[in-house]
Ligand binder design. Structure first.
Ligand SMILES: [Zn+2]
Length: 694
């Protein structure tokens, strides 16, 4: 910052020794004033401020909105920019005595494109915007000198990446830009007229995760402001969703991103919308696992601050509808992250370093763990009450080189226990599940990413089977047991005593079960046992990590299962992804922008050439102006019919199998389900694209 009065620039302070006369003398020698009449410098001198900067000080910070010009009177400085991904600093040009800098902000009113850093102790004369404007108006020679130097510098360093003709070329251009060391321009979000329809094209999840703001759409060129403009992963994610967009990346500051996000009320969904927001940490009541005396002792050790902090962490997690809380030791402090909707993001509130250890100890005490044991992993559980809400935290510790890492899974009855027809709103999918649940044997496989509600689906299916066929003996093996179900035998996997999924499953089979639920298939032995059980008179419900139906089948193959066994055992594969559900109170139908329409058509979500409006969230009080309330599953389902079983046993290629299945309605893929949800006005186009693209 070119400001001697700025408290943020500690290295720059007022240099009192220069008189107006000596300043005028110095100005006359500067290139900027060389062609001006001698009295110009005399007139300017009283309006100039003098600043002193020590070596390494930032005279100008990239991205700042500083609008003054500095003239270097003593010392040496250089303009440079930092590659935000690698942290490498690239020097652009050096600034010698008499040179000026900062004119981009002063003349163009734009954010400063570069850092200007003092190489050694410097004295700088600062011309404020007002003085520059007056000078420019009155002294043509001055403005000409300024314009000439500006043009020269722009040519040398701030080449804006031109809108690329196609996404593929956009990537190539960016790589070339990075290699050449040219700067991606810094912009202020306020210099764009943000339009809701443009912002809504990019799902909020991507905006939050990759810290980006869609700024402007001209034809196919989507200008995106990114805090990390070299984040190619983010760019690819946008291109997957908006297949026809040509991204033009500009850089924005973190502050600008934060304030824009707040202003536009962009945030990732919470599990239940408004009711989950704003939780008073004072309402958080932990039920201590240890004896009262023990916890009081720990409380004294930790202090009141830590007790409050622990409650704040849990409140913040619940507010966000997080599924997990991570406490990760970093050098001299601790990092707290929440997994929301499958994505980890850091808590914006930082923890005082001296509280880090005590916070870990606090959670260990609450979970009934041995706080002295820091070298072995431990597991425990914390019960939390928030008013009438009851939440369980399943706590596990892991010793790491920096200290103990704590992960807490948030388990809540109200989100765990939902009816099948609440989860699967599409009738044909629901019927397929209900039909399969009536069968005496076969496997139902639920797939999807972490946090997509697989366990809720398994519980809902078990509950339905139990209701329809009360004569059923149901046993589950889970890791963890997320919710206690009535009249169902649930077994917790315990690796520390060698009780894995496979071991429990083998014992379960001797207990004469009708229905088996295997929480997750992660290894070959469990996969084999689960499918064999499904072939021998048991209905088996399980989940597997796979992103679509074909991948789920393939996963079993990769785990060593014979295709013959897969073909004879699996009855139904369900793959689910959760997206934000539109608020039913304020959803309206709106025309779809061209770019969005093309992307939707490309993904099979919209008929080519059509112009029917699609649902859009307007925002109301019920949804806290976000337009969204809760989440809904987008589902892909595959029923293994007899012809499909034959094809699988004959080792036909999977894609051939899938095409065959789709033609005969045995396979309903994500786009069809997402289109249905859009027709029902349950989800909007951006969420549909997100569901089918990832
Ligand atoms: Zn609403």
């Amino acid at each position: 910052m070119l400001s001697w009065s700025s408290s943020r620039s500690d290295n720059i302070d007022r240099e009192g020794s220069l008189t107006t006369a000596s300043i005028a003398e110095l100005l006359r020698g500067a290139p900027l004033f060389r062609d001006c009449a001698p009295d110009v410098a005399d007139k300017v001198a009283p309006h100039v401020q003098t600043a002193h900067a020590s070596a390494g000080a930032h005279l100008v910070s990239a991205g700042s909105t500083d609008d003054s010009i500095g003239v270097l009177m003593r010392g040496r400085a250089s303009a440079s920019f930092v590659d935000l991904r690698t942290g490498a600093r690239t020097q652009l040009y050096s600034i010698e005595t008499g040179d000026h800098f900062g004119e981009v902000g002063a003349l163009l009113g734009e954010s400063q494109p570069h850092d200007v850093v003092a190489e050694e102790s410097c004295v700088v004369l600062v011309l404020r915007r007002q003085a520059i404007d007056q000078l420019s108006a009155k002294v043509p020679a001055f403005s000409q000198a300024l314009a000439a130097s500006l043009a020269d510098r722009l040519r040398r360093s701030t080449s804006r990446p031109p809108p690329a003709p196609s996404p593929g070329v956009a990537n190539a251009d960016r790589s070339a830009l990075q290699r050449s060391g040219a700067a991606i321009p810094f912009v202020r979000v306020s210099s764009y007229d943000l339009i809701d329809a443009v912002i809504e094209m990019v799902p909020a999840q991507l905006i939050e995760q990759h810290r980006m703001i869609p700024l402007e759409l001209r034809d196919q060129v989507l200008t995106i402001g990114m805090v990390d403009p070299f984040n190619d992963v983010a760019l690819r994610a946008v291109q997957r969703v908006l297949t026809h967009a040509q991204p033009n990346v500009v850089a924005i500051s973190q502050d600008d991103f934060n304030s824009t996000k707040r202003r536009l009320k962009i945030h990732t969904p919470t599990a239940q919308g408004r009711r989950e927001q704003r939780i008073d940490p004072n309402l958080i009541a932990f039920e201590d696992a240890e004896s009262k005396r023990e916890s009081e002792r720990a409380l004294q050790q930790a202090g009141e601050q830590v007790v409050t902090l622990a409650a704040q962490v849990v409140a913040a997690a619940l507010e966000r509808g997080a599924s997990d809380i991570h406490l990760e030791p970093i050098p001299r402090s601790i990092r707290i992250r929440f997994r929301v909707y499958g994505t980890l993001s850091e808590w914006e509130q930082s923890v005082q370093p001296q509280l880090a250890r005590a916070l870990v100890a606090r959670f260990k005490v609450l979970a009934g763990l041995d706080i002295a044991e820091k070298r072995r992993p431990q597991d425990g559980r914390i019960s939390v009450r928030v008013g009438r809400r009851r939440v369980d935290l399943r706590v596990s510790t892991l010793p790491s080189s920096e200290g103990e890492k704590i992960a807490m899974r948030i388990l809540e009855a109200s989100t765990m226990l939902r009816a099948l027809d609440q989860i699967f709103v599409e009738q044909r999918t629901l019927s397929a599940i209900r039909e399969t649940l009536q069968r005496p044997y076969g496997a139902i496989v639920v797939a999807g990413p972490t946090g997509s509600g697989k366990t809720s689906t398994l519980y809902a299916a078990l509950h339905e089977r139990q209701t329809v066929r009360p004569d059923t003996n149901i046993i589950t093996v889970e890791d963890p047991i997320e919710y206690r179900l009535d009249e169902i035998t649930q077994v917790q996997v315990n690796h520390s005593i060698g009780l894995g999924f496979a071991e429990v499953l083998r014992s379960m089979l001797r207990q004469d079960p009708d229905v088996l639920m295997v929480g997750e298939v992660r290894d070959a032995e469990t996969a084999q046992l689960a499918l064999e059980s499904a072939m021998t008179g048991h209905l088996v419900l399980t989940s597997i990590h796979a992103s679509n139906a074909a991948a789920a089948i393939q996963r079993f193959e990769n785990l060593g299962c014979d295709t013959a066994i897969i073909a004879q055992s699996i009855a139904l594969v369900l793959v689910q992804r959760l997206v934000r559900r539109l608020c039913p109170r304020c959803t309206v139908l709106a025309p779809v922008p061209q770019l969005m329409r093309e992307s939707l058509v490309a993904r099979g979500l919209y008929p080519s050439g059509a112009s029917t409006p699609l649902p859009r969230a307007a925002g109301c009080e019920a949804c806290d102006d976000t337009g969204f309330l809760g989440r809904v599953a987008v589902v892909e389902s595959l029923q293994l019919t007899d012809p499909l079983r034959s094809m699988l046993m004959a080792n036909r290629p999977l894609d051939e199998l899938m095409t065959f299945a789709e033609e005969r309605d045995a396979l309903v893929q994500f786009p069809r389900y997402a289109s249905f949800l859009m027709e029902q006005q349950l989800i909007g186009p951006a969420e549909s694209l997100l569901a089918v693209a990832t």
